[in-house]
Ligand binder design. Structure first.
Ligand code: SF4
Length: 198
């Protein structure tokens, strides 16, 4: 009977069941083999996997984040991140930046909430996502109302909004990219770019 096994499923099964034996057959010393046999099943078989995209560059490599099930009342903590073997872009590989993503996730200096510096102020202050999104929407609407060009000098309808630009993220799915494109273009925005130029 044909087996429908993804590379990731295969790795998980092999790691959980045969890790120590296989590594030993490949010539690892006893200590390394025992160490690997202990760690790999723990990493791949006992943790919750979440697929995501590396946030750094426009290659947008697929990653898998591993976290143990949290105890009641605890937050899930990511313990390990590696390349997604089933992802068509990177097939499990990561560059050094991507391989160090765990440091980025855990960095105490990482921004996890928006910050705002008002006109004339010297320092940023933390604001809520609701406040930040409302302010962005307000500023965009006001700017569009002031500068929208419905017709050019010849009277031809152009519906252009050229005084605001939009930079989209590269680590988006095709669906998100399509929706972003439709929102931006339907607002008449002309200045639109993407880190990945898609
Ligand atoms: S792993 Fe490296 S190449 Fe891949 S998206 Fe991240 S930074 Fe770019």
């Amino acid at each position: 009977m044909p087996l429908d096994l993804s590379r990731r499923d295969f790795m998980r099964t092999a790691a959980a069941g045969l890790g120590g034996t296989v590594l030993g057959a490949f010539g690892f010393g006893e200590i390394e083999a025992a160490h690997a046999a202990l760690i790999r099943p723990y990493k791949l078989a006992r943790m919750v996997e979440t697929r995501n995209t590396c946030p750094y560059c426009s290659v947008a490599c697929g990653i898998i984040m591993y976290a143990p099930e949290p105890k009641p009342g605890e937050k899930r903590q990511i313990m390990h991140i590696e390349g997604d073997p089933d992802h068509p872009t990177n097939r499990g590989t990561l560059c050094p930046k991507g391989a160090a993503l765990l440091d980025f996730v855990r960095a105490p200096t990482r921004l996890v909430r928006p910050r705002y510096r008002g006109p004339g102020e010297s320092a940023f202050k933390e604001v809520s996502w609701e406040w930040a999104l409302d302010r962005i929407a307000r500023l965009m609407k006001d700017d569009r109302d002031r500068n929208f060009i419905a017709k050019n000098k010849s009277g031809i309808t152009v519906n252009r909004w050229v005084s605001t630009g939009f930079l989209a993220a590269s680590a988006s799915t095709n669906e998100t990219a399509l929706l972003t494109y439709k929102v931006v273009r339907s607002a008449g925005m002309v200045v639109f770019d993407n880190q990945a130029r898609v």
